[in-house]
Design a protein around this ligand. Structure first.
Ligand code: CA
Ligand code: CA
Length: 72
């Protein structure tokens, strides 16, 4: 699966309110899904690291960078 497709799948799956970005809470669910319960503790730190424009939302572009960094 290409990164672009992966981002779309993740957004579709975890963007509960359908606004096209992941909120802190939605992102926490994603991290939990990807790396398990212990991910909850670090999800906020990861969120802050990749929310480059600090709008408290994880956009597709920001999510792409996260995937580049970790290739989850
Ligand atoms: Ca959302
Ligand atoms: Ca952002």
């Amino acid at each position: 699966m290409k990164r672009e497709e992966l981002v779309e799948v993740l957004i579709q799956e975890f963007d509960r309110n359908g606004d096209g970005v992941l909120s802190r809470g939605e992102f926490q669910e994603l991290v939990k899904y990807l790396i398990g319960e212990h991910g909850i503790r670090i999800s906020s730190r990861i969120f802050d690291q990749f929310d480059h424009n600090h709008d408290n939302a994880m956009s597709r572009e920001e999510l792409m960078e996260l995937i580049d960094e970790y290739w989850l």
